[in-house]
Design a protein around this ligand. Structure first.
Ligand SMILES: NC(=O)c1ccc[n+]([C@@H]2O[C@H](COP(=O)([O-])OP(=O)(O)OC[C@H]3O[C@@H](n4cnc5c(N)ncnc54)[C@H](O)[C@@H]3O)[C@@H](O)[C@H]2O)c1
Length: 335
């Protein structure tokens, strides 16, 4: 059984990926400092409480735990906070990732799947984003992710690292079986915020901008079910393991990057209306002015993930995404 080190595995997307890894026959081992994660989110997976910036800890893990590959989620995630406190983000997201890759290289662990983001594209002016667009992030969060991708790309070329960066759009939903869900604090993502309003946990929800050039005037974004994201990590890992069977170049480095999205956009108003329909609850919606830096439409072109990794979303419906999130939010599992 292959052992996969999962830094950040106690967080939202990482914990769902543990379920997918186990279902696919892998043995995950979580490394998480629990700064933003939850100890109980790893369920029965072994957790090492620690930090990716701790080189001695990484040396001891790679020397003793027979790690075959790494799936790296550990990062701070809030773009707005990264503008206010960029050093915090460069230190954790960039220096932490650099530290992890250096430790992998020291110990000959060559395979890594990395959580990147649609934020690497910045304001491209395109509504449908393909991987080859220029990488021009507009905030330090996106910058730290793109800089880490550059580390992976360059270490692949020079050191034989085998890396896949997955650029997620908006992760949403919860485990369809209700075992796990989203528990960010503070919460900044649209679907859980609207559901919190539906649950009476916040007074109202704000809609920023209703005069965009979109069918209903509100911003259109690509929401991808977290269970589909989790499955994409297994597909990426298997792609990296298949390199070992390639007779031409098993020793060579490898780097590629894939968008992960639904390929369909949903407007803010559609999200709000679907939350009303799924929950059967009424809540106050405030229509406010546009926020600077919010493009009208951002949708993933995930064609390459489909053709190269053989991955495609299995739960594309907005109703399903929202009802899984609502089920988790209102269930006793949401500790
Ligand atoms: N949620 C999204 O919509 C989204 C979109 C694009 C990209 N991403 C990326 O996906 C990854 C996971 O996102 P998430 O929503 O699950 O976030 P999350 O905050 O729920 O999970 C991140 C986890 O990493 C841990 N962590 C952070 N810094 C660490 C460190 N130095 N050492 C050890 N552990 C550390 C946290 O404790 C947490 O458990 C992040 O890298 C994020 O940038 C998320």
């Amino acid at each position: 059984m292959k052992r996969i080190l999962v830094p950040g595995g106690a967080g939202f997307i990482g914990s769902h990926t543990l379920l997918a890894l186990k279902a696919a026959g892998y043995e995950p081992l979580v490394l998480d400092n629990l700064g933003n994660g939850h100890r109980d989110a790893v369920l029965d997976t072994r957790l090492i409480e620690g930090d990716i910036r701790d080189s001695a800890l990484l040396d001891s893990i790679f020397a003793n735990e027979n790690i075959d590959a790494v799936i790296h989620f550990a990062a701070f995630i809030e773009a707005g906070e990264s503008v206010r406190d960029p050093m915090k983000f460069y230190d954790n997201n960039f220096a932490g990732s650099l530290n992890l890759v250096k430790a992998m290289n020291r110990h000959g662990v060559r395979k890594i799947v990395f959580s990147s983001t649609a934020a690497v594209y910045g304001e491209s002016g395109e509504a449908r984003l393909t991987e080859d667009l220029p990488k021009l992030p507009i905030n330090p969060y996106g910058q730290t992710k793109w800089a880490t991708e550059c580390v992976l790309r360059d270490s692949a070329a020079a050191d034989g690292l085998q890396a896949i960066a997955l650029r997620y759009f908006n992760a949403a939903g919860a485990d369809p079986q209700g075992r796990l869900g989203e528990r960010h604090d503070p919460e900044t993502h649209l679907i859980p915020l609207v559901l919190q309003a539906a649950a009476g946990m916040r007074e109202a929800i704000s809609m920023f901008g209703t005069d965009y050039d979109t069918p209903d005037g509100t911003c259109v974004r690509d929401y991808i079910h977290v269970a589909d994201l989790a499955q994409a990590h297994v597909a990426a890992l298997e792609h990296l393991f298949r390199l070992d069977d390639s007779p031409e170049r098993p020793e060579n480095g490898f780097y590629d990057a894939f968008n992960l999205g639904n390929g369909a956009g949903f407007s803010v108003r559609e999200v709000v209306d679907t939350c009303r329909a799924v929950t059967g609850k009424e809540f106050t919606v405030k229509e406010e002015a546009r926020r600077p830096g919010d493009p009208a439409t951002l949708i993933a072109d995930a064609t390459r993930a489909k053709s190269v990794l053989g991955w495609k979303p299995q739960i594309p419906s907005l109703e399903d995404i929202i009802s899984h999130a609502w089920h988790f939010m209102t269930s006793t599992n949401n500790r």
